[in-house]
Design a protein around this ligand. Structure first.
Ligand SMILES: CC(C)(COP(=O)(O)OP(=O)(O)OC[C@H]1O[C@@H](n2cnc3c(N)ncnc32)[C@H](O)[C@@H]1OP(=O)(O)O)[C@@H](O)C(=O)NCCC(=O)NCCS
Length: 189
């Protein structure tokens, strides 16, 4: 786990070992799995997963919490590449009662601040299924744009197509300027 200084964010906090069993439970939910794929192999213990997570220099992860501090999901930067200054974002709100209430967007804004302002990354990208309209809308609101579509053929046969989205540091800074002027970023489809 790469340590990034964590400021005070309302909606995220560092992951704790006691969160993992709950994340594993959500990972077994067919609705979540359909949208996000599998995070856990299902064979590893909490201790194993936590140990691997702490040792992994290419990943940082956070819990997403509600206003009372309850765990509702998780968000991570993975595949962190220091040379190219890129990382992949993954997010999942496991507690479905919180879908569509703005917390996913808020959590992504916090993690993008860490990525661009604290870790000095140049680009954050993500993969999303074309039918995941809620997620795509949340990503567009956060400043990501679509850059391509990976076809579910060849090696990816049977997995369905995947949309690739990204945001770079410059776009993020532009978004911040627009946001502080009260205009927000105009999403482009
Ligand atoms: C994707 C996810 C992180 C988004 O977080 P969220 O807190 O639910 O999203 P937000 O409330 O911030 O934004 C959702 C937006 O999508 C819109 N939306 C909701 N359902 C929609 C639908 N079926 N079609 C189109 N837009 C939809 C909402 O109206 C909202 O847009 P608005 O603010 O302009 O009204 C969260 O829903 C989640 O974890 N879902 C399950 C796992 C998942 O899909 N992870 C992503 C895998 S790539």
């Amino acid at each position: 786990m790469l340590l990034a200084p964590l400021g005070i964010y309302r909606c995220i906090r560092p992951l704790r070992p006691e969160d993992i069993a709950i994340l594993q439970m959500w990972d077994r939910d067919p609705d979540i799995r359909r949208l996000t794929g599998k995070k856990f192999s299902g064979r590893e213990s909490v201790e194993q997963w936590w140990g691997d997570f702490l040792r992994d220099p290419h990943r940082i992860g956070f819990a997403i919490i509600d206003g009372q501090g309850n765990l509702i999901g998780d968000i991570a930067l993975e595949q962190i590449a220091r040379r190219t200054r890129e990382a992949e974002l993954r997010i999942s709100i496991g507690d479905k009662r919180y879908w569509g209430r703005g917390l996913g967007t808020e959590a992504m804004r916090a993690v993008l601040e860490i990525a661009f302002c604290k870790m000095a990354l140049a680009k954050v990208y993500l993969r999303v299924k074309p039918q995941n309209h809620r997620a795509i809308r949340a990503y567009l609101k956060t400043g990501f744009h679509k850059v391509g579509r990976l076809l579910g053929s060849g090696r990816l046969k049977g997995h369905g197509d995947v949309i690739l989205m990204e945001i770079d540091q410059q776009t993020y800074q532009g978004w911040l300027r627009a946001d502080s002027a009260g205009r927000g970023l105009t999403p482009v489809g």
